[in-house]
Design a protein around this ligand. Structure first.
Ligand code: GAR
Length: 209
């Protein structure tokens, strides 16, 4: 797992792993930031951790090569980006193609990139949400697995909306990872299938109100 911050998604995935719902274990947690709360969560759970500080590398390529080296040393079924706030190089993405998954705090294809909640509020959207998707070279553009919506409340600001979206993130990310680990997802000819049934471009829908 790769992360940069507080690690609440790590915590939800860890809980699913411990309850048996995930169908797998977290082998390694890598952060690019020394102050990540996620590193503390992983350490306390007895998970191997690594700090690969991007500031120590002159180029994005050099950082990604170091990251790839740490990951290649393990036999990993899936590389989970959980609040990992670095854009990965095409070389890195190609190397782990089909084994890289991300959660993004918007209803993709709306609002790739940063400040998703403020952008949804500024647009007057009635709903916001989160999307789990496989990672491709296109930023936040890979095939969607699972998407959850929440209702935007009249008094929402970016923080309150982010907090409500985070609650559904904690439900959909472990679910999507479990689907991958049990080989229920197949990507063929540009379409993602769950149990042999084609998913819509936005992924399986997970409604929440
Ligand atoms: C989550 O909201 C996640 O969707 C977002 O960062 C947060 C991490 O929280 N990811 C991105 O914005 C990726 N572009 P966490 O550290 O508590 O899991």
């Amino acid at each position: 797992m790769l992360l940069s911050g507080r690690g609440s998604n790590l915590q939800s995935i860890l809980s699913a792993s411990q309850s048996g719902a995930l169908g797998g274990d977290i082998a390694l947690v890598i952060s690019n930031r020394p102050d990540s709360g996620g590193l503390d969560i992983a350490r306390d759970a007895g998970i191997e951790i690594a700090l690969i500080d991007h500031q120590a590398y002159a180029t994005r390529e050099a950082f990604d090569a170091s990251l790839a080296g740490a990951l290649e040393n393990q036999s990993l079924d899936l590389i989970v980006l959980a609040g990992f706030m670095r854009i990965l190089t095409p070389a890195f993405v190609s190397r782990f193609s089909g084994r890289l998954i991300n959660i993004h705090p918007s209803l993709l294809p709306l609002y790739p990139g940063l400040n998703t909640h403020q952008r949804a509020l500024d647009a007057g959207d009635t709903h916001a949400g989160a999307t789990v998707h496989y990672v491709t070279r296109e930023l936040d553009g890979g095939p969607s697995v699972l998407q959850a919506k929440v209702v935007v409340q009249p008094d929402d600001d970016a923080d309150s909306l982010a907090a409500r979206v985070l609650q559904v993130e904690h439900q959909i990310y472990p679910q999507a990872i479990a689907w991958h680990l049990s080989e229920r997802l197949q990507f063929t000819a540009g379409t993602l299938y769950l149990d042999g049934v084609a998913l819509p471009p936005t992924g399986q829908r997970w409604e929440s109100v």
